[in-house]
Design a protein around this ligand. Structure first.
Ligand code: MN3
Length: 331
């Protein structure tokens, strides 16, 4: 089973200028062959199918635990795409007129973001191809699976760097900076697991690809915090044998690898604003808010929402601040 925390693995900037074509590129990190859906489902199936777990407990614990972190990576990629799509078409809730509301995005690279989705992420790659279970390799042979996972994380980091270089939107940069560091940890984890299992000198393969993560500004805060050498234990009581395989010096920095009890501190999620002209979550979202407030009170809950967010939704519907900018110019 999985416990869910209503937090993001790292802080992301709130919506600014929309970047729908950039968001289409970021989709590769969601549903591409080497995207986060693939890492998540690979480790999930490998852990579900793991036989003789008691006999190989440290390896089972490692794979199962990394699977849990990957769930949060999918969430972050989605949040990034959603941030970049916020306000991509006019979204302020005027006097009921929706004529032409979507015309601004008819040439977007991924029109499904706006037709099938509500200005939102989809389980697809950067070409709009749906993620497929063919991306999962779970042979049951531990050495094969670990070798595959090392390769998966290696190529995933290359893809992250390419998206970083392609897209300069601040949300995409924050995302790729974080994922490059965390993906690097998982790459080291599978390499160390193979090394501890077989004696193969996997550390000689680093750095592959030759990414100077410490020189990337969006990676640096995560490295300074020590997140390049840590596996977090995503469970109150389980997966305690990770340290039996995730140990030794980091191949690039020489820092001692460490297992931290409990999930990372993370960050409160931003509340992305409604997109009323796309009926997200409704043409009149304030009606749903009023109903929710009544239901909360009837259930004996406080009138105000109990959950916490980092940056609240902008009341103007997050149309990129265009309305506010016009108001500022007039007044
Ligand atoms: Mn990941």
């Amino acid at each position: 089973m999985i416990l869910r925390l209503d937090k993001w693995g790292t802080e992301l900037p709130p919506p600014t200028e929309p970047d729908p074509d950039g968001a289409a590129a970021v989709q590769e990190l969601m549903g591409g062959r080497f995207g986060e859906m693939s890492t998540f489902m690979n480790y999930t199936f490998q852990s579900f199918n793991f036989r003789n777990r008691q006999g190989a407990r440290p390896f089972y614990d490692l794979v199962a635990n990394i699977a849990a972190e990957e769930f949060g990576h999918i969430e972050l990629v989605a949040a990034t795409i959603n941030t970049m799509l916020t306000g991509a078409s006019p979204t302020t809730n005027g006097d009921g007129d929706i004529a032409g509301a979507m015309s601004g995005v008819k040439s977007a690279r991924n029109t499904q973001h706006f037709i099938a989705g509500g200005h939102a992420a989809l389980p697809q790659d950067s070409m709009g191809k749906p993620w497929t279970g063919e991306n999962v390799f779970a042979s049951g042979d531990l050495i094969e699976d670990l070798t595959h996972n090392f390769f998966l994380e290696t190529v995933a980091r290359q893809n992250k760097l390419r998206v970083y270089e392609m897209v300069d939107h601040p949300a995409a940069r924050a995302l790729t900076g974080y994922l490059l560091v965390r993906g690097g940890v998982h790459q080291v984890a599978y390499a160390r697991a193979l090394e501890n299992l077989t004696g193969a000198r996997m550390m000689n393969l680093f750095p592959t690809p030759r990414i100077a993560t410490e020189k990337i500004p969006e990676c640096r805060p995560h490295i300074e915090r020590g997140d390049h050498k840590r596996i977090y234990r995503f469970s109150p009581d389980d997966f305690k044998e990770i340290s039996a395989v995730f140990n030794g010096p980091h191949p690039e920095t020489g820092d001692e690898l460490e297992v931290v009890d409990g999930p990372p501190e993370g960050a409160l999620p931003n509340d992305l604003p409604p997109q009323p002209k796309a009926f997200v979550p409704d043409f009149h979202p304030e009606e749903i808010s009023q109903i929710a407030a009544k239901l909360r009170q009837a259930a004996g809950l406080p009138r105000e929402p109990t959950g916490e967010v980092n940056v609240p939704a902008q009341p103007n519907g997050g149309d990129g601040g265009v309305v506010d900018k016009v108001k500022d110019a007039i007044s």
